[in-house]
Structures are given as C-alpha cells and as structure tokens.
Design a protein around this ligand. Structure first.
Ligand code: NDP
Length: 256
C-alpha cells in the first residue's frame, strides 16, 4: 500500500458536519478513503453530503445522536452493512463543551457531558472492534483536548471526559495491538469552530488565549485534521497509544 494514501480504506467519523469533524471528513476522503459520518441535524447533514458529492468526495451519512446507546448500535449496523463488515478507521470526534465552576454543574449536565464525550467514544470503539479487526489494519483516533492534559481553570467535567479518553487511548493501544488496531488521541487547544467562535469573538478572551500561546493565535480545524489523517496512514504504522497536542505550544508554555 502507498504509505501516504488512504485509498482502499473506509472510515467512520462522528460529528462531521461542522468544525474539526468536517475537516477530518474532507481530509480522509481527499486522501482516498470512503467515509461515513453522522450528526444530530438532518438538514445540515444533507447539505454537507451534497457539497461533498459536488467536490467528488465519497461520503455518506446518518442522523445519529452518539449520546444514546441504541443510536450508536444503529450507526455501527449501518456502517457494517455499507462496508461489508470491515472498517479501517474510526474517528471519535463528536463532543460538547460548556465551562463553568465545578460547584455549578447539575447532575444532568455532568452526565450529558460524560455520555456525549466519553461514553460514546468508549462504546463506539467497543462496537467497532470486530470491524476494525476484520479489516486487518485498524486505526482509532479520539479527538481529545488539552483540557484533558492541563487545567484550564473551569469546565472540570469536560476535562475529566477528555482525560478519560486519553487513558483509554493507552489501554486500547495495548489491548488491541494484537488485532493490529492502533489507537491515538489528538488534543487540540482553541480551534476556530462553531463550538468556540462565540468565545473567541470576545476580544479580551481572545487576547488571553493569544498571550498563552507561543504561536500567538488559535488553531484552524485543518491544522487538527492533518494530524488525524497522518495517524491513520500506513506511514504512521508504528505509532500507537499516543496523545498528541495540537496547541501552538500552549501546553508546554509557562511564561512567554
Ligand atoms: P462543533 O460544535 O463545531 O462541531 C461538532 C460536530 O459534532 C457537529 O457536526 C455536531 O453536529 C456534531 N455533534 C455534536 N454532538 C453530537 C452528538 N451528540 N451526536 C452526534 N453528533 C454530534 O465542535 P468542534 O469541531 O469544535 O469539536 C469537535 C471535537 O473537538 C469535540 O470533541 C471537542 O471537544 C474537541 N475540541 C474542540 C476544540 C475547539 O477549540 N474547537 C478544542 C479541543 C477539543 P450536530 O450538532 O448537528 O449534532
């Protein structure tokens, strides 16, 4: 196989209609993969599918809320039928965030963050395991966050959901290496997407982000999707169990 191509491979990317997931869908399909994606919003999903078709990218999609167990089972059934029981790439991207002090989280908010960000990624990986194994060469990429590596002050349930992802990245890498499944996580810092655009629109907040970031700007979704794609390529065949920050240097910076 060509070390720098995904041709002949297929992929499931959760949350591909906006932001980082959208960029990942285009990056993987652009490198030759056949991609299936999902989101909760049918109109937006259909609009994306038409745009991808016009660009010549091979992408299909399902409506699926990954925070519900039954809907996760359903989307894996769809993908299994579509790709003949084999899947090379699973990108667990769909996630939500809202940050506030720990004492202010309700029980419901806590469980929504955990089920959407962590339980969904865990369960989809479990469900995809036989399909990844059957493919002969599988790769899982979790979209984590630097919030799971260092403290950002608020948003502790979100941080915990991402730290849990960082740990299963290591566990699954060791457990499933014998099945030739690699598992890695990509941990972005502020990246311009619909999740955080409203925060970055606040000048004093943006200035604080810039001041903490050696590269002096937030990231772009394409700067995250390039690493996700790299980790899925045959060229990355010896990389597993790693959590890689895409953060303009933020997490290694103390004073600058
Ligand atoms: P966006 O909100 O811009 O996009 C999220 C995508 O996921 C949309 O397609 C959305 O579609 C879909 N989605 C959200 N919830 C669900 C769900 N329950 N089931 C299915 N699909 C869902 O987010 P980003 O691109 O910014 O974030 C993607 C990932 O990157 C997340 O895991 C986030 O935590 C992580 N991240 C982002 C950072 C940033 O600064 N942007 C920084 C660090 C990490 P719909 O709403 O229609 O379902």
């Amino acid at each position: 196989a060509n070390r720098w191509s995904l041709s002949g491979m297929n992929a499931l990317v959760t949350g591909g209609t906006r932001g980082i997931g959208h960029a990942v869908v285009e990056e993987l399909a652009g490198l030759g993969a056949v991609v299936h994606t999902c989101s909760r919003t049918e109109t937006e999903l259909n609009k994306c599918l038409l745009e991808w078709e016009a660009k010549g990218l091979r992408v299909s999609g399902s409506v699926c809320d990954v925070s519900f167990r039954h809907q996760r089972e359903k989307v894996i059934e769809v993908v299994s039928a579509l790709f003949n029981g084999k899947i090379n790439i699973l990108v667990n991207n769909a996630g939500i965030s809202f940050r506030k002090p720990t004492v202010e989280y309700t029980a419901e908010e806590f469980s929504t963050i955990m089920s959407t960000n962590f339980e969904s990624a865990y369960h989809l990986s479990q469900l995809a395991h036989p399909l990844l194994k059957t493919s002969g060469a599988g790769s899982i990429v979790f979209i984590s966050s630097v919030a799971g590596v260092v403290s950002l002050g608020t948003g502790s349930p979100y941080a915990a959901s991402k730290a849990a992802i960082n740990q299963i990245t290591k566990n699954l890498a060791c457990e499933w290496a014998k099945d030739n499944i690699r598992t890695n996580a990509v941990a972005p810092w502020y990246t311009r997407t619909t999740l955080v655009d409203h925060l970055l629109a606040d000048k004093s907040f943006l200035d604080e982000i810039i001041s903490r970031t050696p590269l002096r700007r937030p990231g772009e979704a394409e700067e995250v999707s390039s690493l996700v794609a790299f980790l899925c390529l045959p060229a990355a065949s010896y990389i597993t169990g790693q959590v890689i920050c895409v953060d303009g240097g933020m997490s290694v910076n103390v004073l600058s």
